[in-house]
Design a protein around this ligand. Structure first.
Ligand code: TMP
Length: 209
């Protein structure tokens, strides 16, 4: 019997929204239903992608170069990890994907959505997440949650206005695709956010049975 294509779930939100604190419990919840689960992240998820991540987070570069490198990392990730996993019937949980490019490079940096769309079409060949959880918080909450224990990377070091544009771009994408992108109010306590995440996943998992 040929395995059906697996489900592709992504997590999004501005830096400091708190999504990383929930990845392990989301993965546990999905594992109860998935034949196998691949947990990965962008930029990164492959040896080449992790090197590109290091460059993207720390090396100054032109914003067009940044956009191309995000998609270069994504191309490697899709061709060698995500697409083969989905084709085997595995499910994939990815910490950030192309919504982050529309939010950060489109909203934050002000790059043209149409250009991002061209790269998306070329690199993704139609692959899109089945479900995206958008962890949304007001900027002052995100700022307070961002770690001050280490030097901020190139994105964390951006001004508040950058994050406001990024957040608004995420919210516009959610409004345009309400079936795929579910907004989680992440300004609440860990327990409350966790309960909302479980509620959204449970509802979606029922429809996937
Ligand atoms: P992380 O902190 O969630 O691991 O993500 C690394 C940073 O990369 C984060 O600040 C958002 C940024 N990013 C983009 O700017 N565009 C993208 O397409 C992706 C995937 C991440």
């Amino acid at each position: 019997m040929v395995a059906r294509q697996g489900y592709f779930i992504t997590l999004e939100g501005v830096d400091g929204a708190g999504k990383s604190s929930h990845i392990a419990s989301i993965a546990d919840c999905l594992r109860q239903h998935a034949p196998a689960l691949v947990v990965t992240r962008e930029p990164g998820g492959t040896p080449a992608g992790e090197q590109l991540r290091d460059m993207l987070l720390h090396q100054a570069m032109h914003q067009d170069t940044e956009l191309l490198l995000m998609f270069a990392a994504r191309c490697e990730h899709l061709r060698t990890v995500i697409s083969p996993a989905l084709a085997r019937g595995d499910w994939v949980l990815c910490d950030r994907f192309t919504d982050a490019t529309y939010a950060y490079q489109g909203g934050g940096r002000g790059l043209d959505d149409a250009r991002i769309g061209e790269l998306e079409q070329w690199v993704q060949l139609g692959t899109q997440p089945d479900l995206t959880l958008l962890f949304d918080v007001p900027l002052e909450v995100a700022r307070a949650r961002r770690s001050s224990a280490r030097e901020p990377d190139r994105f964390e070091a951006q001004a508040e206005a950058f994050f406001e544009r990024t957040r608004q771009a995420y919210l516009r994408r959610a409004a345009a695709a309400p079936g795929r992108i579910r907004i989680i109010d992440a300004s609440r306590s860990m327990e409350e956010v966790g309960a909302s995440v479980v509620a959204v996943l449970t509802e979606r998992l029922q429809s996937w049975q």
